[in-house]
Design a binder for this molecule. Sequence first.
Ligand code: SDX
Length: 428
Amino acid sequence: MAEDTLTVTDNRTGREYTLPITDGTIHATDLRQVSAEEGDGGLMSYDPAYLNTASCRSAITFIDGDRGILRYRGYPIEQLAEDATFLETAYLLLEGELPTATQLQAFEDEVRYHTYVHVNVQKFLEGFRYDAHPMGMLLGAVGALSTFYPDAKEIGDAENRHLQRVRLVAKMPTIAAFAFRHSRGLPYVLPRNDLDYIGNFVNMTFEIGGRHEPNPVLQRSLEILLILHADHEQNCSTSAVRSVGSSQVDPFSAVSAGIAALYGPLHGGANEAVLRMLDEIGDTKNIPAFIEQVKAGHGRLMGFGHRVYKSYDPRAKLIKRVADDVFEQTGLNPKLEIALELERIALEDEYFVSRKLYPNVDFYSGLIYQAMGYPTDYFTVLFALGRLPGWISQWEEHLSDPEQKISRPRQIYTGEGERPYVPRARRG
Ligand code: SDX
């Protein structure tokens, strides 16, 4: 019977080493025994951007990039998007099981109890410029929450961690809505306990003069989009939350690191970049020239490609269906025609096909958010609201994992050898 081991020969010494294979991996620290000379510290693995390195064990999300499979705690994303609420999905990610009706009601009540933020958070937000990017505001305000809840530092207490996770799920929509109102120069609308999670967020965002007529189709569409964004295993922002959280800082600070990572145009900022790209293209007749520019290395087709999905991102398929429902309510977004033609051309072009570049979650989501009335620079805030349950579930899993300790990668030193200090008078 074949053994789960890897035997390697170090040709520098002729010595053979047999390394155990567990879960399809070798432990990088097992490489330290492969040494060419006394005191060289043995081999390390080198993997910039972690293209082929597992950083943790996780039971939260499963992705099969080749088959376009995405499951939260084993449940296919297609079924959750069809039947679950966002808080139900958040509970599933956080607790590992779908909640009973009683458990869900209790969770909804807990969240509803914590939707207010300290009035000083409102003053903090008022300090931003009128044109401040809402992701920068969210980043700052969520980090600042750590100063309002100093008890959040007690990360060794499971009940305390639960309370902070509830606070984040409850307060991020409030802060996000306040950032939206700030950008419009409108007074903040406070949370209402008679509305559900999505309804409350939409009301805090769009209420004018004490009124906002909710559109149930648009609210359900927004809820599905948040569900589709809720977790995605070890993406850039989740890895940031885990790494920062590994220092045992409070969860508000760890989540603000995730918000910072998501802000980048290669990650969550891509949905905003897609709309700017469609604006730049302007008309379907300009698509061939734009594609040639991309193929020549001048810029990227934003919303295309993925580190893991080498087939169509299953979320993009579902988002396209949501788009139909939304545009039925709001009228067709004229940029949709450009997006569909851009996708058609790209999927027939060898450059993209050979690199397995397909639309990802960001390609269509921005078109829907725009049709819902959100400005382009607000799209990534909506992504963050969706991703929050994933971040804090992964944060909790990391802290509870006995194999984990503070993240501290090694390096290959490429700098100068030792050299003596040169007095200023004798330089240059
Ligand atoms: C998200 O990790 C996650 O799970 C992220 C996410 C989540 O839910 O958390 O799914 C959300 O971030 C989705 C991705 C959103 N970003 C974009 O849409 C930005 C555009 N896409 C790319 O920049 C890129 O595809 C990435 C960042 C998504 C993935 O990059 P990789 O895996 O590091 O791939 P790469 O940059 O090494 O590219 C491989 C090749 C290169 O060409 P060659 O050097 O081999 O000639 O493909 C090319 C790249 O130039 N390429 C693209 C391209 N993406 C990759 N060329 C044109 N347009 C693109 N979009």
